[in-house]
Design a protein around this ligand. Structure first.
Ligand SMILES: *Cc1c(COP(=O)(O)O)cnc(C)c1O
Length: 363
């Protein structure tokens, strides 16, 4: 990997949040509502490439109302966390994977690819300058890199200008009811991604398209949506922002294969590897809603869980759909899910050996 050639201009915040106020915020940060003092910006201009990398005070953007992203949604993002180690340092989990996925998303949305080393360096810079914003204990500093079309033009075409940014938000636990199982709504009317579409790209448009189904889930008392495939409306794909696993009665794992319509979760990939290390086999095979219902009834499926960076692993307790509802196991937090979750979190937080070189030290 070549050393980053982009020099970051450092403009420290002239009046950062006071230590007293920050301590108060970090006691109960919630998810995604409070932010650190700084942000990264890097510009891209056709013919010039990436330039004007800065790390400076976080604040509002000035945008022209004709900026392309506001009309045609040419936007992609990433999400990962920085953790405080017990030695007082900070680490990130597999940031190179986020960098490569960001490049794949860019490619799909006809955007320029930010070099992997620049992506990782932008995160290093932000975590370094806002190190006091990493919560202690179970919390972490959620990092949100994103990029959008910034050309002032109403014609439909790939933009000639882009803005890449990173912001950071201290977070506690993602779900309000900590560690208890969530209930999910299987959407049989709305789909998330079709073959040839953008399902495998991490773009804002996918989320916009999932909100109606999410509202339907809330209406039925569920926290999350499970999407089915768009062709047969039969095969389980994933949740709005999380991948899904099933734990069978022989202890093995099953998860739908990522073949273009499912986002390739880094948590998903890590779980498959961690499970393998623990002697647990994972099959990546299509699995239908009908089969899930049957297997939950017979006990062939013992547990099910959703996974992603924000919530790590979350057991699924109840599954509802237009055809009625069924319960997984006893509908509560599940033992093997918890075991896998602990194994993964222990690596992320440097409490277990990092045998795969996943942990990236920031300082
Ligand atoms: C981000 C995301 C995931 C989870 O990916 P991680 O890398 O594990 O955080 C799963 N599904 C969708 C749709 C996502 O956007």
């Amino acid at each position: 990997m070549s050393k980053t050639t982009l020099e970051f201009q450092r403009l420290p915040h002239p009046s950062p949040t006071s230590a007293t106020k920050r301590t108060e915020i970090l006691k109960d940060p919630g998810f995604g509502r409070v932010f650190s003092d700084h942000m990264v910006t890097i510009r891209y201009t056709e013919g010039k490439g990436w330039h004007s990398a800065t790390i400076g005070p976080r604040g509002p953007l000035q945008m022209d109302p004709a900026s392309a992203v506001l009309h045609y949604s040419q936007e992609i993002f990433e999400g990962l966390k920085a953790y405080r180690t017990k030695e007082g340092g900070a680490v990130m989990f597999r940031p190179g994977e986020n960098a490569r996925r960001f490049q794949r998303s860019a490619e799909r949305l006809a955007m320029p690819k930010l070099p992997e080393d620049v992506f990782v360096e932008s995160l290093n810079q932000l975590v370094n300058i806002d190190r006091d914003w990493i919560p202690d204990g179970d919390g972490s500093l959620y990092l949100r890199p994103f990029m959008f079309a910034n050309e002032v033009f109403l014609g439909v075409k790939p933009s000639s200008e882009y803005l890449y940014m990173v912001i950071a938000s201290p977070v506690g636990s993602y779900f309000k009811s900590k560690d208890s199982a969530v209930s999910v709504w299987v959407s049989q009317d709305y789909t998330r991604a079709a073959p040839g579409g953008t399902g495998a790209a991490k773009c804002g448009g996918n989320y916009a398209a999932s909100l109606t189904a999410q509202m339907e889930a809330y209406k039925h008392g569920c926290e999350q949506v499970v999407f089915l495939d768009a062709v047969e409306k039969k095969w389980i794909e994933e949740l709005g922002g999380m991948n899904v696993f099933f734990i069978m009665d022989d202890g093995s794992l099953l998860t739908p294969p990522t073949s273009g319509t499912i986002l390739e979760g880094i948590t998903r990939a890590s779980i498959i590897t961690v499970a393998k290390d623990m002697g647990i086999k994972t099959r990546e095979e299509p699995y239908s809603l009908d089969q899930w219902r049957k297997d939950a009834g017979t006990g062939r499926v013992k547990e099910s869980f959703a996974c992603g960076t924000a919530a790590v692993l979350t057991p699924i307790g109840t599954v509802k759909s237009k055809d009625g509802e069924f319960v997984i196991g006893n509908g509560q937090a599940a033992a093997q899910t918890e075991k896998l979750k602990t194994a993964l979190i222990d690596i992320q937080r440097c409490r277990a050996a990092d045998t795969h070189g996943w942990v990236h030290k920031v300082f």
